[in-house]
Design a protein around this ligand. Sequence first.
Ligand SMILES: Cc1cc2nc3c(=O)[nH]c(=O)nc-3n(C[C@H](O)[C@H](O)[C@H](O)COP(=O)(O)OP(=O)(O)OC[C@H]3O[C@@H](n4cnc5c(N)ncnc54)[C@H](O)[C@@H]3O)c2cc1C
Ligand code: FES
Length: 358
Amino acid sequence: MTTLLPRGLRELGEALLTPHGADRYLELLDPMLVRREIRGRVTSVRHQSPDTVTFTVRPSRAWRGFEAGQYVRLTVEIDGVRRTRCYSPCGPAGGDLEFTVKADPQGLVSRHLHAKAKPGAVFGLSAADGGFTLPSPRPERILLISGGSGITPVLAMARRLVAEGHRGEVAFLHYSNTAADALYRDELAALAARHPGFRVVHAHTHGRGGDLHGFFSKQHLAQAAPWFRDAETFLCGPKPLMDSAREVFGSEGLGERLHTEEFTAPPLTFDTAAAEGTVRFARSGRECANSGKPLLEQAEDAGLTPEHGCRMGICFSCTQVKTAGRVRNARTGEISGEEGEEIQLCINVPVGDVEINA
Ligand SMILES: Cc1cc2nc3c(=O)[nH]c(=O)nc-3n(C[C@H](O)[C@H](O)[C@H](O)COP(=O)(O)OP(=O)(O)OC[C@H]3O[C@@H](n4cnc5c(N)ncnc54)[C@H](O)[C@@H]3O)c2cc1C
Ligand code: FES
């Protein structure tokens, strides 16, 4: 195998195998043998609730680990097309990655994973990314708040804090519709039982049997963590939970202490009828008439495969340099200047002629 050869010989071998590189050939033997890209093989699968799937993945050798709270871009092939979405691993550092995915009834990749994640399946992975991480040194008091599948990045933080033997106070306030939907319920109970400074509070928005009932409020906050004003808080969940938490923390003057991760963003609309000008992708030399769609879609329509994750302006993995022309950020409505700058392809639309370094 090429990995047993001295470096010089390996490089020579790689050059001889150009244009495809050794990975394209190793992949035919076993996708996990690739050296430059990261792949993950599913090692176990379980269903914590009917609409979710939890699976562990053993990453290939190029994997370099992750900070609790970060996400990876997971790629699957569906009907011959490679689709990429972001998912937050929550397994222990150094072990198999663990993902919990909620199947969106209208969604493409989450439904595919829900149905097709089986032991032995191989997915593409990116390196871990994202700034939703615990600060170092760790704060004395930490409040983790999550709703639904938003539990994954904050569970990763909880597991990491426990593994590190964090001596301060940690409260974990988790929202689910009913007790039956509460992900990781047994594990959280076990963590709280073993660690005196670790408190778990289950809030059910639509059912009885939890510690708290109804939607997020200042009262819930005070009950879950009476010391929340002294804490650093990490939040991930559906938009209504995020909005009300931002409002409460803002009204308390604690906006800076609230750290958030979004899984979704409101859908955007694009005015394709008024589109004009030409889009040029400088590196590849491709060119097309501006269709008025976001630049990521225009690049894909032109046969390019730019890196991307969320496709909604959250993860920044589609960022490329705009070398000429102006674009409109469909999320903010802001129109850029003419000069070169980094833009997110998935939410920016050309305003006339534009050149992207892709
Ligand atoms: C940083 C980050 C971390 C994440 N971590 C997790 C995690 O750990 N677990 C998890 O479950 N999820 C996570 N997500 C969400 C995940 O990336 C996906 O967004 C989610 O699984 C849905 O993907 P999908 O392909 O199934 O849905 P998509 O096919 O992308 O569709 C999503 C929604 O958009 C709608 N839609 C699709 N196309 C259109 C259209 N043309 N017009 C209007 N509406 C449309 C669909 O109806 C659907 O409701 C994370 C997201 C981010 C950004
Ligand atoms: S793909 Fe995530 S910001 Fe564009």
